[in-house]
Design a protein around this ligand. Structure first.
Ligand code: BDR
Ligand code: CA
Length: 310
């Protein structure tokens, strides 16, 4: 079983990834860390707590960064894609639970030091929390087992600019710190996540499950698919970005990878571009191909066990 710290900016596909992860016995999630991104950090923390309550899983949540290292956040974050509440406007009420008293950054540092070479970080938002942890305690770098990042677009166009993917564009300086730190990274970018689409037809059993968790997920995901349709007319589904990072954590054989160095552009129109280059000791495994059908089947089977919780 892998010991996981799961860094999220809970949004809709983050919530899908959470359901997948907490229902996967291969992963032992020791804590969620929140970051601004799809929504503010306050909303991301609230959404993470609310989704865990819905799923009936009480795993600690640690609040993280409220803005990029050197930039400002976008005023409306990504609410056009994820809804006003970040969960497709499906959140009916505030969660009862609260975030822990220590920060995401201190939680990451303390856990990595307490369990050297054991912790896998799955990061599916901007990379600010991880960069801040490295800046505060650079000695953790060789002690982290691996980092699986949903982010980047190495050989394909971006999704928020022609070159940049949302998580990297949000904080390119943080991404550069993480990707050049020497951490062992698997980069699950748009190169593969745009190939793992969830078709709208798969939501019918969720909606018809008669279960409140299934219905919540159906409502939220329908909103996300609506946003996808407006950006990519005729697509008929949504990309399972963040869930694929979880899939790779469970089964690395789902993807083919190429080892390289990655530099993130921080100025000009290509800001956020993740550029591959040859380097003597590369530490970034860039995902280049994915077994999309196998992944989708596995994702659906695991996530649908959440509907058994009432
Ligand atoms: C990434 O950006 C966010 O909007 C999603 O949650 C995902 O992590 C996709 O580019
Ligand atoms: Ca995300």
């Amino acid at each position: 079983m892998k010991s996981i710290i799961f860094d999220v900016d809970t949004g809709i596909d983050d919530a899908l990834a959470m359901a997948y992860a907490v229902n996967s016995p291969e992963l032992d999630i020791i804590g969620f860390t929140s970051c601004y991104g799809n929504v503010s950090v306050g909303e991301a923390t609230r959404n993470t707590l609310a989704v865990l309550e819905k799923l009936g899983k009480f795993i600690p949540v640690y609040k993280g960064a409220d803005k990029p290292l050197q930039r400002e956040t976008k005023e409306d974050f990504a609410k056009g894609v994820h809804g006003k509440d970040g969960l497709g406007n499906a959140l009916e009420r505030e969660p009862d639970s609260k975030a822990e008293n220590i920060s995401a950054i201190d939680f990451i540092i303390s856990q990595v030091k307490e369990k050297p070479h054991e912790i896998t970080i799955i990061a599916v938002g901007p990379l600010t929390n991880i960069a801040l942890a490295i800046q505060k305690a650079p000695e953790i770098v060789p002690l982290v087992k691996e980092v699986i990042i949903m982010g980047g677009a190495v050989r394909v166009p971006g999704n928020v600019t022609p070159y940049g993917e949302a998580n990297i564009v949000s904080d390119p300086e943080a991404a550069n710190i993480v990707l050049s730190s020497g951490l062992s990274v698997t980069l699950v970018g748009l190169d593969v996540t745009m190939q793992t689409l969830l078709p709208i037809s798969k939501l019918a059993p969720w909606r018809d499950s008669g279960n409140k968790v299934g219905q919540f997920y159906a409502e939220m995901t329908e909103y996300y698919i609506g946003a996808y349709e407006s950006f990519y007319p005729g697509i008929g589904g949504c990309a399972l970005h963040d869930p694929l990072a979880v899939g790779v954590a469970i089964n690395p054989d789902l993807v083919q990878t190429e080892l390289m160095g990655i530099k993130v552009v921080t100025e000009g129109e290509e800001t956020g571009n993740t550029v591959g280059y040859e380097v003597e000791n590369p530490t970034v495994r860039v995902c280049t191909r994915v077994q999309a059908d196998q992944f989708l089947q596995h994702f659906l089977q695991r996530i649908e066990t959440s509907w058994e919780y009432k």
